[in-house]
Unconditional design. Sequence first.
Length: 201
Amino acid sequence: MKLEKEGLVVTPLTEQKTGLWDMAFIWFCANVAVPRLMIGGSLGAQTVNAVLREALPALTKRFDVLHVCGKGNLDASLENTPGYKQFEYLSDELPDAFACADIMLSRAGSNSLSELMALCKPALLIPYHSGRGDQVLNANSLKARGLAHVMPQSELTAESLPPAIDALWADRELLRQRLAALPDADGTQLVLDQIHKYMKK
């Protein structure tokens, strides 16, 4: 949404409310001694899902992994994998998952990036390379500003992913600081102000 005068393009965000101890994935939040990696996926993240699962033996040596894999994408053979939990999707629990995650692996859609930036979450972005190409542009914009790490899908393998996650972990505090220094990424109040402004006319 573009706002008059300010010329800003903003994204209204849902309010982040947490109820950490009511969650089915309490293990992900409880063990603060273990770094926590959250992966967001959907029907457009089949490649990411497959590579992530292939890389689990290396990743779970260091991280607890919460994997949101999209509807119909659960892998029953991984149900009892130590340090790994998978969900088709999260609804009311999503704010809790964001709150608990130390770092993120994500596609680079505009809504996902707005949430990550508003919550100051260090992220490795794997932009979807087909379609309109907007995810590649989004990801490269954040990379150029030093706000995220980016890996092209063409370079994503079970061998390349663990060191990329390790590099993200090493840079997490710097990325958080840069994200926290940005102007408010939540456009909700700006949108409401504009609505109220035009209602008075």
